[in-house]
Design a protein around this ligand. Sequence first.
Ligand code: 1QQ
Ligand code: MG
Length: 565
Amino acid sequence: MDMSEKEDLRGRSKDISEGVNRMPNRAMLRAVGFQDEDFKKPMVGVASTWSEVTPCNIHIDQLAREAKAGVKQHGGAPLIFNTITVSDGISMGHEGMLFSLPSRETIADSIELVVNAERFDGLVAIGGCDKNTPACLMAIGRMNLPSVYVYGGTIQPGKLHGKDVDVVTAFEAVGKYQEGQLTDEELHEVECSVCPGAGACGGMYTANTMASAAEAMGMALPGSSSTPAIAPNKAVECTEAGKAVIELLRKNIRPRDIMTLKAFENAITVVMALGGSTNALLHLLAIAHSAGVKLKLDDFERVRSRVPHLADLKPSGKYVMQDLNDIGGVPGVMKLLLEKGLLHGDCLTVTGKTLAENLADAEPLDSGQDVIRSFEQPLKPTGPLVVLKGNLAPEGAVAKMSGLKKLRFSGPARVYDSEQKAADAIARDDIKKGDVLVIRYVGPKGGPGMPEMLSITAMISGKGLGGEVALMTDGRFSGGSHGFVVGHVTPEAQVGGPIGLLQEGDIITIDSETQEMNVEISAQEFEARLAKWVQPPLKVRTGVLGKYARLVSSASQGAVTDLDL
Ligand SMILES: CC[C@H](C)C(=O)C(=O)O
Ligand SMILES: [Mg+2]
């Protein structure tokens, strides 16, 4: 329904579009194409994360133009603006990864800065790489203006000797090459095959996980999280998003009407069923904080215990997001979960309808498919992202148990204060089957930036030690990581957390069934070690990482930098 002549959907954009005093402001907007009638329309920002620095975002300029057209067609006055992105895959395994998680805050802050300075009434935000979706939703939650999120879409799988491959294949090929299992030519073949074009990493890694979570919480249009980047329908979704935001303005439906605790429970349910990235716990805590929703790590456990892991998706499974899309996509999965009473169907969404009303129109998953298992034969009876506590993680830690038969691991600590030193040890074959590899002082403050450890987990996997060596860190894991991995250990070493007191050879036991992670030393020994511990200075004290290290909260609170302490 387009706007009638009399209808005035403008809100705070009247600060610019009305009054003599704002004539100079309007004069500048005329220079970017505004005409008289535009000042009678609601001003809608289109936040574009377009960038050439990663395939995830290389196409988003076209999508932003589609969204702009949609806003215009339905009576709005749209303006595209850009924000940044970094590439997790390209920053992985070196100092660049220190800047990945901080970029989430920068993207959220930049959207908040532009939308507020320009007095927009509404927003369409379009994201690609890992930090984009959480950042866009954080900005949307903070500002609470009628908004719609659109995910730029998953990449197609690469093909190599008839098999589907993707960027995690490349990371794991490094370990295989180090073992002499690949020649230089074969390694080059992998490099040239795994990323065929536009789109975010194709397994159920962080970008696809967070897109699915965005749709499950009602902030993205039905089906838009699983539509591939190069599918013609992706552009249509952007045009539709432009239309949807005008409808939201008309009905005054705001993000905090949608991003409720029940909506976050829906997001957690879908993440657990899909076997998504551990980063979802960090990002959903941060998004909830931005929307004023009190979400805690314990909420993830409450949901996990009732939701089976159904999706046979990479990194521990066989298929990629493209395959899920082909058999019904995220709507098909949510339809199944709703039928089982595992979703709150009464949650409002950006279509203006409830989740149940949206899903009534969705097709069920194709019969005969084996991407999504039945409830009778799940991959795991409960979700694979397990919150652990214990004397090593009093505030919590996150274990990814998908694809693992072993649910308990006990072994000697092999302690490293940097990812590089750990990587060198793995390359020298110093890390043996049964060891618990500990990488610390890589948390939000200690890293700084809580880097992901895909290079490490991929090397372990490539060397055939996947599941035979446990890895625990106050850093993070990529969505491409799998094996016996525990991240987000809090409190982090940098602030005196127990992980910082570990010594070589301490016996660590990680039990995903009792959900505990403990070291076998006495309380007295802990006290003695703490008495001798000296807090190291922050590694970085100026610039973006210096600001971040001083402001960032614990990972158990989402590693946010705007906690109202
Ligand atoms: C393949 C892994 C991807 C690049 C990533 O960083 C994530 O999913 O978190
Ligand atoms: Mg990542």
